[in-house]
Design a binder for this molecule. Structure first.
Ligand SMILES: [Zn+2]
Length: 126
């Protein structure tokens, strides 16, 4: 589902669910209009993701509780924003796509290990 950029109003919020074999996610986008072509977005992600352990490839369920702020620009963003990332939108806002991109970042950002691999690591420290 794509929402026309101009259709998003100030203080609008949208709920997006992503639930399948891998994801069990509830997300809320809240928008504030900064400019005619610029929206501030607060994305709250809650839930869990199943991913393979980095050591033994056993499936680990990681809990997600993230609040992410960024800006949405209708078309090319001219300039530079030092506080937030700017996501350029062409032909409508796809909240599912934005959410999926953020989830992929969360998955790749940390080093995930299952409980038994974490325990092995702890044992080695002593
Ligand atoms: Zn493991």
């Amino acid at each position: 589902m794509k929402i026309p950029f101009s259709r998003i109003g100030n203080e609008d919020s949208y709920t997006v669910e992503k639930k399948d074999d891998k994801y069990l996610i509830d997300a809320i986008f809240s928008f504030q209009i900064k400019d005619r072509n610029l929206l501030h977005s607060l994305l709250k992600i809650r839930g869990s993701i199943k991913i393979p352990c980095n050591s033994c490839l056993e499936t680990v369920s990681i809990q997600i509780e993230e609040d992410i702020e960024f800006l949405l620009s209708d078309g090319v963003y001219k300039g530079f924003h030092d506080e937030f990332d700017v996501v350029e939108i062409f032909g409508g806002v796809s909240l599912e796509e934005i959410l999926l991109g953020e989830l992929e970042l969360l998955e790749s950002g940390d080093y995930h290990k299952c409980e038994s691999c974490q325990n092995i690591e702890l044992d080695l420290e002593f």
